[in-house]
Design a protein around this ligand. Sequence first.
Ligand SMILES: Cc1cc2nc3c(=O)[nH]c(=O)nc-3n(C[C@H](O)[C@H](O)[C@H](O)COP(=O)(O)OP(=O)(O)OC[C@H]3O[C@@H](n4cnc5c(N)ncnc54)[C@H](O)[C@@H]3O)c2cc1C
Length: 320
Amino acid sequence: MPSNEIYTLACAGLKKLALNQECRDAFDKNSLFFKLFDKAAHRYIIASDEQELNRKLHCLADKGYQLGVEYVGEENHDPQVVQRFVHEYLSAIQRFADAGLKPQLGFDLSAVGMLISQETAYHNASTILSAAAQHDIPVMISMEHSSAVESILEVYAELAPVHFNVGITVQAYLHRTVNDLSRIIGYGRKVRLVKGVYNESPDIALPRGHELDARYLALLDELLAASVSVSCATQDPNLIKRLFEGGYHLKINELEMLHGVQSDVLRSAKETGLACRIAAVYGDSWYLHFLHRLAESPDNVLEALADFYAPSRITFGAGY
Ligand SMILES: Cc1cc2nc3c(=O)[nH]c(=O)nc-3n(C[C@H](O)[C@H](O)[C@H](O)COP(=O)(O)OP(=O)(O)OC[C@H]3O[C@@H](n4cnc5c(N)ncnc54)[C@H](O)[C@@H]3O)c2cc1C
């Protein structure tokens, strides 16, 4: 059994690989890594194309889950790639409306033009939000590396007052979140509370551990006291146990997990009557998403190797 230190370092190593620009540039549908691990990545990636996506979403909805959907993309510098990404969301909104689905959409502002300018990100996010609002579809903005948080919050400050269907993800590990939260609460929109996924230095963020769990719960208390809609997005069985022991499950709006992770834990939570959302990711640019899932629990590396060897181990919907 590897020691805790090896786990922590393996986790940091996988996150470093996830953000490695050379690896990311080398990754596309023709790359060797894609060909080798595409099947294993589909433990987490719900679908490659829209037809498969809608069929699977219906299946999870029929089981009583709330749905979240994100088209897996990368930070985009190229205006044409950004436009294609926005177009994918606009088409997806129409497809969901036609299929009678209302999943919560999610995306990174860096995928809709933040690396070109804040105005571009604002404009594109606004376009998606307005189209989604026409079909009563909510949108959740993700939170990115600490270097991007200030600009994300600045764009969110413009979006939140005018788009009733927008919400934002808040990272409990960031020290600055303690100060940012009251401003975010002030908009009155939905907040998704996560621990945070990136490698960050101790002067910027807390590492995993008791102190972070305590801060997560303190931030949650603040959100609940302000009566904003809250999603607890965590896959941590211990933290979820504390949510139930502390009676939070009666006060939060939902528990949310990524598709393919801890399905049995989410199902048990749903069986208590708590609304549970499966955040599903689709598309082919899965490098970052896949590496982050492996990093969250380095045992998943073994799982991925087993899936690579025997892809039939992956059964859609198993455990939910
Ligand atoms: C719906 C959703 C949206 C998110 N959006 C963002 C975002 O916008 N920005 C951001 O920075 N982060 C985001 N995250 C990631 C989040 O910040 C955490 O990195 C991630 O949820 C892991 O933290 P945790 O609390 O789930 O568990 P951790 O504290 O990381 O792990 C505790 C334990 O939980 C279990 N566990 C956790 N993840 C897994 C897994 N993948 N497989 C198996 N076991 C696991 C393991 O037992 C692990 O030891 C999101 C997460 C979710 C679920």
